[in-house]
Design a protein around this ligand. Structure first.
Ligand SMILES: NC(=O)c1ccc[n+]([C@@H]2O[C@H](COP(=O)([O-])OP(=O)(O)OC[C@H]3O[C@@H](n4cnc5c(N)ncnc54)[C@H](OP(=O)(O)O)[C@@H]3O)[C@@H](O)[C@H]2O)c1
Length: 316
């Protein structure tokens, strides 16, 4: 059997590394040849754990590096785009960089040059494409981002819709779970809550900001299900899916679940309004999502927030 080729763009990031870790298990290595890209630093630690994967430096801003993937690794059957300027405050500080990295112009142009025009693009978008003034957004609701990060992701979606014929766009909520093989520099949500509550100090949490956090291994399973669907059915897809967990939770509820799981005193959680704090970037209040299309399309049942927190705090 000829192995299918998968390229993870942004393989050194939080989601990218979790995907690579799952793809490295013996069951999937017999189906897929995997390559991944990095940007800032050569991924020495990651390659020690995953020596059988090829890695390529690329810059989404200039497009440098993509051609050497085609020359050395070959044309991929599936490209998963996990690369982004993913911190909203960083996007607000440098809107030009946010647009040039988050709108995958150079990536899509590279894919449009392939001889076989049927590579599947799985692209990570965000719940922050929504304005955040109601609960349980559906995919057909209007997008109206309130910050640069969200606006760059709306532009990215429009660009893919206009230029690609085989794609799945995943509008992800907060992705949480265990640390990666090579620890990422950014702070992880559950580990951060655990860290501040473990010190025994009272900490502010918003009672009026709602999200549908999704467990990282569910995100990985969803991406692999889409990959399998394409390589087995050979039918191009044009999918736009909300990607969230089954629970709509406030930041206070997120912290309370961690406190319950660890046995911390819940009076350490001080509920405050999000409007009382200037975070240097607008944050949509309620971007909870209706995930029924995701569940129906892929026949999956994402992990509850409570179980996901338990798993996060017990693994690694
Ligand atoms: N994590 C979440 O909670 C969450 C929630 C909603 C949506 N998302 C979306 O899901 C995707 C994955 O998120 P993540 O948390 O895994 O992101 P992440 O940890 O911030 O990783 C970002 C990746 O992008 C690469 N990158 C940055 N600038 C680049 C450039 N100029 N050219 C090429 N690559 C570049 C980084 O490479 P280097 O590390 O080598 O520099 C890294 O591999 C992103 O699209 C993000 O917006 C994430």
């Amino acid at each position: 059997m000829v192995k299918k080729k998968v390229v993870i763009v942004g393989g050194t990031g939080y989601l990218g590394q979790h995907l690579l870790e799952t793809l490295s298990n013996t069951q999937t290595t017999s189906f897929y040849d995997v390559a991944f890209t990095y940007h800032s630093t050569p991924p020495h630690t990651l390659l020690q754990s995953l020596p059988h994967f090829s890695s390529f430096p690329i810059d989404l801003h200039s497009g440098h590096g993509f051609d050497s993937i085609s020359t050395t690794f070959g044309q991929p059957d599936v490209v998963v785009n996990c690369a982004a300027l993913s911190v909203p405050r960083a996007c607000e500080a440098d809107p030009a960089a946010a647009m040039s990295i988050n709108v995958p112009t150079s990536l899509v142009k590279w894919m449009l040059n392939f001889k076989e025009k049927n590579t599947l693009l799985i692209h990570l978008s965000t719940d922050q494409v929504y304005e955040g003034i109601k609960s349980f957004y559906r995919e057909e609701d209007k997008t109206l981002a309130v910050n640069t990060y969200g606006r760059s992701k709306v532009e990215a979606e429009k660009f893919i819709l206009a230029n690609c014929s085989n794609y799945a766009i995943l509008r992800s909520s907060i992705i949480y779970g265990p640390q990666t093989l090579s620890p990422v520099p950014k702070s992880l949500p559950i580990q951060w809550i655990d860290g501040v509550l473990s010190k025994g100090n009272k900490v502010d949490f918003f009672y009026d900001e709602f999200r549908c956090p999704i467990y990282v291994k569910d995100v990985v399973a969803i991406i692999l299900a889409l990959t399998t669907r394409w390589v087995t059915d050979d039918t191009p897809m044009q999918l736009l899916l909300n990607l969230g967990g089954p629970d709509r939770v406030s930041r206070v509820q997120m912290a309370e679940t961690v406190a319950d799981s660890r046995g911390y005193d819940k009076s350490l959680i001080n509920p405050v309004s999000a409007s009382s704090v200037d975070r240097g970037v607008n944050s949509p209040p309620d971007i909870s999502m209706d995930i029924s299309k995701l569940v129906k399309t892929l026949n999956i049942c994402p992990t509850s927030y409570k179980d996901g927190v338990k798993l996060t705090l017990t693994i690694r």
